[in-house]
Design a binder for this molecule. Sequence first.
Ligand code: G3P
Ligand code: MG
Length: 246
Amino acid sequence: MAGRPSIVAHRGASADAPENTRAAFLLAMEQGADGVELDVHLTADGRLCVIHDHVLDRTTTGTGLVGSKTMAELAGLSAGAWFSSRHAGETVPELADVLSLFPAGAVVNVEIKNGPVWYDGIGSAVAERLSPWKHKLSLIVSSFDHKVLEEVHRREPDLCLGLLYEAVLYDPVGYLRRLPYPVGSLHVWHHLVTSELVHAAHAAGVKVLAYTADREEDVRRLVACGADGIITNAPGAVVRLLRAEV
Ligand code: G3P
Ligand code: MG
């Protein structure tokens, strides 16, 4: 698992474009990222939409719970006006439409948001939606909800699963060994990544992806620790930094 870490654009190139929009995803690929991370929720009509918060207020022209709206209702909102007038035409994308934006082999890390609003069946819905793409894209399904990952695995056992956490765990690698599904990667708050953790994960055949690192010193530290992936809001800057290091 040695070599340059993958550069994964957090919510797309979200430093330069409105997060979780088509513009942010396309810009991430233009900036040289290996792929993107994006967040999904379930709409009132059972579709998977791409947005971070469980409420609309921060990043759209709507208000209230994402899960109380249909996909058609979400399509009528701007998901870019909050960021800049230039991006006012961006809408809340549907996962199905976003997947076709990426070139073959791109990393697409789909983070399932489940809680504080709980979406019945979201794991199965994600597995079903991603299944046709599993040979074209380098897919990872991650979540802070480790039960929903079991639902994904039952529906589509070929999908790579990423275990997200942000607390100091006593023994993350010991924990993942106890889970009833295989884990391909630990997705770790970047301050908690150490070379010891990376070694232990690699010994268990598991990668370590660090989120969310934008500052040069943080990126350099993660490279020194041997992290396999860096999830960043500023993929262009991280690409330039890592290219300069080679
Ligand atoms: O997947 C890494 C990161 O996105 C997790 O936190 O809140 O930005 O979705 P959040
Ligand atoms: Mg996320």
